[in-house]
Design a protein around this ligand. Structure first.
Ligand SMILES: Cc1cc2nc3c(=O)[nH]c(=O)nc-3n(C[C@H](O)[C@H](O)[C@H](O)COP(=O)(O)OP(=O)(O)OC[C@H]3O[C@@H](n4cnc5c(N)ncnc54)[C@H](O)[C@@H]3O)c2cc1C
Length: 318
């Protein structure tokens, strides 16, 4: 019988969806090991968060009231102390910006193995088989773990837990060493270009690395204008500083669900697809007929974007 300790995620006063999903993943694992599911809620309005997270499948909720926002050192200390206190077999965290910040530190501190970004977990009572993708989602690998472990789970892979639960909510008095807390959150600043919310757009023209040069972006802007569409992009375009962060679609960008999503020169890496797979109609323009984006495209134009886009502009402008 082995317990699971799952950690909730929140940012700027809001619980992230993955906090509900991790309950489902944790419950499944706890059922397989015959143990309990403990949920840790650290920092922020913990009582309110705990109430919202008290859903079917949670056996106990432990709140650690310390500061408002995520803090690496507070989380690391609190989780390590909860691990000592509860002795779970698995520490389950979201594979989020926060989770990826503290999970490796926890694994290091507790001398446990870690598997990140898992999309499936299966325990036969002795061995945990954790599945994760590699090479941009082209292959799945299984990792077998026989003892205690830290596991991060990818968002949107497990359904959100539903139904009101009756878990006991207990304040955990973590002994936080303030001298070891090396950073504080002083506030949030929106990254530039906050004028446009791509998640609200009906039609998105999205550009990827196939555009080659920043100067070529004008061609895509012209197409967006001709279609009355909003411009978005894959991550490399933002990383290059060619478009602001709020235009990025994907796992570390925004999730969009437009009526039409036109992916131009975008390969369709799993982290990109995570942000746009809910689009009603997906059009891909790509020279590579085997690009992963083709697997989810409703319409595909296998051709050079520098030939196709001017023709589309002519068609829609004319
Ligand atoms: C933790 C993490 C988070 C990430 N988050 C995101 C995210 O939020 N969003 C995101 O997009 N990525 C994200 N990534 C990066 C992701 O893995 C890919 O690297 C990225 O999506 C690739 O962008 P791309 O498709 O524009 O470029 P590429 O993969 O290089 O694809 C370019 C495509 O353009 C095509 N092409 C080239 N020339 C032409 C032409 N002339 N005409 C037509 N087609 C052409 C090629 O065939 C190719 O398919 C993340 C990665 C990690 C590790």
């Amino acid at each position: 019988m082995s317990d699971v300790l799952a950690v909730a995620d929140h940012r700027r006063g809001e619980l992230r969806d993955v906090s509900y999903e991790i309950i489902t993943a944790g419950r499944q694992l706890a059922d397989e090991t015959g143990g309990d599911l403990h949920l840790a809620v650290i920092s922020g309005t913990v009582d309110d968060f705990a109430e919202k997270l008290n859903r079917d499948g949670v056996d106990a909720i432990h709140t650690v009231s310390h500061g408002e926002e995520f803090n690496h050192d507070v989380y690391t200390q609190a989780i390590a102390q909860l691990y000592d206190d509860l002795a779970p077999q698995y520490v389950l965290t979201p594979n989020s910006v926060n989770g990826l910040d503290y999970a490796p530190a926890i694994a290091n501190q507790l001398d446990l193995p870690i598997v990140t970004d898992t999309i499936d977990l299966d325990n036969d009572g002795e061995t945990l088989v954790a599945t994760r993708e590699m090479y941009g989602g082209k292959v799945e690998t299984t990792n077998e773990l026989s003892g205690d472990a830290v596991v991060t789970i990818r968002g949107a892979e497990w359904p959100a837990a539903e139904g009101t639960g009756d878990a006991a909510i207990e304040a955990f008095e973590a002994d936080i060493d303030e001298d070891a807390v090396g950073s504080t959150v002083n506030g949030f600043e929106e990254v530039g270009g906050g004028d446009v919310d791509i998640s609200e757009a009906d039609v998105l023209v999205s550009i990827g690395r196939g555009i080659e040069e920043e100067e070529n972006l004008d061609l895509i802007r012209d197409l967006a204008d001709a279609l009355g569409a909003t411009l978005s992009s894959s991550r490399p375009i933002v990383d290059n500083g060619w478009l602001p962060k709020n235009r990025q679609v994907g796992q570390s960008g925004k999730v969009v669900t437009p009526d039409v999503y036109i992916a131009i020169g975008i390969s369709g890496a799993v982290q990109h697809v995570a942000g746009m797979k809910g689009s009603d109609t997906i059009v891909a323009i790509n020279t590579d007929p085997n690009a992963p984006i083709m697997d989810i495209a409703d319409y595909a134009i296998v051709d050079d974007l520098f030939d196709v886009v001017p023709e589309l502009i002519d068609e829609f402008d004319g």
